[in-house]
Structure formats: C-alpha cells, structure tokens
Design a protein around this ligand. Sequence first.
Ligand code: KG4
Ligand code: ZN
Length: 343
Amino acid sequence: MSTLVLGIETSCDETAMAVVEDGRRLHTNVIASQIEIHARYGGIVPEVASRQHILQSTPVLRQATEEAGIRLQDLQAIAVTSGPGLGGSLLVGVNLAKGLAFALGVPLLGINHLEGHIYASWLEGDDPERAPGFPLMCLVASGGHTDLILMRGHGDYTLVGRTRDDAAGEAFDKAARVLGLGFPGGPAVQRVAQGVAVRDHLPQARLKDRDSLDFSFSGLKTAVLHTARDRGLYPPPVGGPDPQQVAEVAAAFQKSVVASLVERTLAGAQREGARAIVLGGGVAANALLRQEMERQSPVPVLVPRPVLCTDNGAMIAACGYFHLRRGEAHAWDIDVTPNWRLG
Ligand code: KG4
Ligand code: ZN
C-alpha cells in the first residue's frame, strides 16, 4: 500500500504544502509566496511573515488536498519544517502540523529544512539511493545557508564545508540591493546578467586556505560595493544607474559566486569519493550554477527543477517519508529549533 505524506513548510516567507506518495511521487505542490509584501521593505520582516503564514495556512491546506484529490483522512503522516528558520514562522507550521496529526491520529515528523532541500532530488528522475547511490556530496545554498554535506545514507550526514560569513543567497540579495535590482536578489541578478560578457573580474569568493571546503562571500560583497561606487551606480544617481553597467557588475558577481560554489563542491566530492553531487536550496535555481556544475563535474549532478530548489512543502514531505520508513515519529511537545544544523 502506498503512503501519502503531507509536507508543511513555513520557515521563512513561503507558506507551502504538498502531498507526496512514497517519498517520490508529487501529487500537488502549493506555494503561497509573500515576496510582494516583503519586497516593499527590501527584505523579510519576521513579524509580517508569521502573520501571513497564519492567514495563508488554511487556504493553502485546502488547495493542497483539493488538488491532490484526497481527504485529510487519507494522509498517513504529517511532516513539518521545525528548523532552522524564523522562530515565529516555524511555530505556525509546527502548531498546524500538531493539530492535524493529533486529530487524524497519524505520526508527526519535525523535519530539518536543510535535509528537506536535499530530498527535493528524490522527487525527480531515478531514485538517488539506487542510481547513482551513496555517498552523495550535497550543496545546500539558500538565503541563510551555504553548507556542503556528505550524505552516506538516509539520516547519515557530515558537514564538510560551510560559509564563514554570508550565505550565497544572502550575497545575491545584498549585491542586488547595491545595484538597485530589488528583492529577492538571486532571480534579479540572473535576469540582468543573462548573456552579458564578463570583462571585469571581481575577486574570487574564496578563503586563502585552499585545503578548506569552507566558503566566504563577504569580500566579494565589499568588492561589489566598491565597484558600484567607482562606476557611479551607488548610491543610485538621479535617473537611475546605467543598466548596461549594472548588468556587467551583476554578471561578474554571479560568475565569481558560481566559480567558488563549483570549485569547493567538486573538491569535496573528490575528497570524499562521492558518487554524485546533489544541489538544493534557492541558489541551486541559478542557471549558471546548474550549467557550470554539470559541465565541470566528473560525476552525475542531481538538481531539481527550480520550483523544487526554492522553499516548498514537497521536499519536506519527501524527507518525512524516509523518516517514517525508519519508524520515527515525534512527540506532541516537539518545539521549533531556529538554529538547527545538519551534520
Ligand atoms: O531556499 P530558499 O528559497 O529560502 C531559504 O531557505 O533561504 O532560498 C532563497 C534564496 C534567496 O537568497 C534568493 O535570492 C536565492 O535563494 N535565489 C537565487 C535564485 N533564486 C533564488 N539565487 C541565485 N539565482 C537564482 N535564480
Ligand atoms: Zn530553503
């Protein structure tokens, strides 16, 4: 008999829910984005985010079950992101999940958001467990994290590299702000940089220690700020900055971030004898990163379609299924863990 899991994700600015069968088959994937509201403030406002989650959760749940053509009683487990993320936002999802699981009499699973990003790859193509098989070198690059995680099996993680300062997505968001491209920065930088030749090279976003698998993006962020100042793009001049100049700096920035992500991930994969690379997190939606990782990697690269890279409930449901399969379930007093790490 197949197992239907509801995945709930409210760790940041998307109220997202999905129904997944046996950890691999996506029935529906509903994502209510708050981006337009937060864009007015140039970034995510935590109090506004939690309030929006409260307003959105019932309609999103209704839409998810309707689209999947199921009743709540058909669900065999409720999986919810319980960390890391914004405390107030996480609480909305976790309390909803508790109520549902209790009322339905099914297991409740508190899922690590970063582990969820890895499991997005289980929703695409072959079963990574069978082909290419473990170990997998996973790069989770999002607005809050840039982690290189070695996955030796389900539930078996070792953190082998991480950012020492800003996360990759945060760097995209900050560069976009300096260049007047709005929020969120990743998609905006990618859009203007599309097809633009990189003439001026910004410094490589890397640490001096070449053996380390850690990342560093703060130097690059400062370089973007200086370059934008030198070219009269920042502070924004009257009439707005020159779009061609903005595109050139954006393209140079993107190239540098991608080069560093690819270099360290491939070094980690080689060092650990990984059979494949798994990409996840919002930054994995970046077209240049996907293209360069695939071009340069000697092992297969598993990368979900962009909508499964950015935050969604499907990855949480998929991940929850594999916990459930191992007989896991959480007690009703499970709390949120805003700083939860993986590995
Ligand atoms: O995983 P995610 O949706 O939320 C977090 O867990 O943080 O990642 C959001 C981050 C943002 O910083 C956003 O700018 C970045 O992912 N992002 C991108 C792209 N799409 C989203 N960065 C680069 N290129 C993209 N196409
Ligand atoms: Zn995320």
